[in-house]
Design a protein around this ligand. Structure first.
Ligand SMILES: *Cc1c(COP(=O)(O)O)cnc(C)c1O
Length: 391
């Protein structure tokens, strides 16, 4: 028996089940068309909702920040100081979100790991939707709070669980705002209502609401008119914002507390000046115009209508996220490979990212796709769908 036999066996098993993830290599900036594994293909799976990943205004801001501030922060902020750029960004972001204050992190994943164990611990209760993102699940695993996993989007079940735990001195409800693999929305108004009844905190993960929902892409709290009633919003700067990083925005006391208690803030260095400057520019662009957000929705509606007409099962999305449901992992991978041969890039999404038997291609339309691009993708989908008997 070799020391690594368990690894070899597990990798072989993944391959046998069609769950082995082949990671493709990108050889250009990420845009509507992207060089992937050496050829230029139509990119239909990046989270580059607004096309900001290669936006000239963001790139220029990043370049200027490198000249002025250098390439790295060289510090955990609480130990060796925080750059004025980070402070400015947090103020501007909080204002944009309609929140009292904000704190930024190295990634959205880190923001979730930061918030949950800071807010609840032993003797407290935590309520989490069964389809929450992996970073929320891991954040929950980092606390000793009692965890209640409630059925997907089920406010009645949540209310019942809150009633059962009404004596817990602290209660936190955590939910994805937009569920990342299905594109459906959390019933946030109902969640906030029951939270208020039971004096629980509400935290919403706005990773896929950012730049997508609400006025000028201010996110899900704005979309539902719940600003000020959601205690803490978590967001990422790596999807619609096109850069890298995460944040928590909300009540002043909570953010102040997180600056003292959030471990990824206290024990890990800050984002780079270039990242933060590019994010500042992204917020400026969105404050000025909702053009990219409207274009994103126009494109999404157009694409979904054409795909629906062809007979594809597009799940229950309420947002630009467009899952094309295919069932078995092997089918999803084969579909993806055949699309790639036709110059369309969409990776398969399989277990453990989604439940077994619910493999899919998650199509991500962006504001920088043209109608011709979308037609090109739909035609490729139609041909492969017929070839594989999916439609
Ligand atoms: C992508 C994602 C994250 C993680 O954000 P990163 O900035 O990429 O680390 C967290 N939550 C949800 C729902 C996401 O989709």
């Amino acid at each position: 028996m070799g020391k690594y036999d368990f690894i070899t066996a597990e990798l072989a098993e993944l391959k046998a089940q069609g769950l082995y993830n082949t990671i493709r290599t990108i050889g250009s900036s990420v845009g509507a068309w992207t060089v992937v594994d050496g050829k230029k293909v139509l990119n239909m799976c990046s989270n580059n909702y607004l096309g900001f990943a290669n936006d000239p205004r963001l790139k220029e801001a990043a370049r200027r920040a490198v000249d002025e501030y250098g390439v790295g922060p060289a510090a955990v902020r609480s130990i060796a100081g925080t750059m004025s750029l980070h402070v400015e960004f947090e103020r501007k972001l909080a204002a944009f979100k309609g929140a009292e204050d904000a704190i930024s992190f190295q990634s959205g994943f880190c923001a979730n790991l930061a918030a949950i164990p800071a807010l609840v611990g032993a003797g407290h209760a935590l309520f989490t939707d069964e389809l929450n993102h992996a970073s929320i699940i891991d954040g929950c695993r980092l606390t000793k709070a009692e965890r209640v996993i409630y059925p997907h989007r089920d406010v009645d079940a949540l209310a019942k669980a809150l009633r059962e735990h009404r004596d817990a001195p602290r209660k936190l409800i955590v939910t994805d705002g937009v569920f990342s693999m299905d594109g459906d929305l959390a019933p946030l108004p109902g969640i906030v209502e029951v939270a208020e009844e039971f004096d629980a905190m509400v935290m919403v993960d706005d990773a896929h609401g950012e730049g997508v929902l609400g006025s000028h892409g201010r996110g899900i709290a704005d979309h539902f008119g719940l600003q000020g009633r959601v205690d803490i919003e978590m967001g990422t700067l790596s999807k619609a914002f096109g850069v890298m990083g995460g944040y928590l925005a909300g009540k002043r006391e909570i953010v102040e507390y997180l600056r003292q208690r959030a471990r990824p803030f206290l024990f890990s260095s800050a984002s780079t000046p270039a990242d933060v400057a590019a994010c500042l520019a992204a917020v400026s662009v969105l404050e000025e115009t909702d053009g990219p957000v409207r274009k994103l929705w126009d494109n999404a509606r157009y694409f979904k209508a054409r795909m629906g007409k062809l007979g594809f099962d597009l799940g229950s999305s309420e947002t630009p996220i467009t899952p094309v449901m295919l069932g078995e992992a092997a089918t999803a991978w084969e579909f993806s490979r055949k699309l790639f041969a036709k110059d369309v890039f969409v990776q398969a999404i399989v277990f453990p990212t989604v439940p077994r038997g619910k493999a899919r291609l998650r199509v991500m339309v962006s504001a920088v796709h043209t109608k011709e691009d979308l037609d090109f993708a739909v035609d490729a989908f139609a041909r492969v769908g017929r070839e594989l008997g999916t439609i």
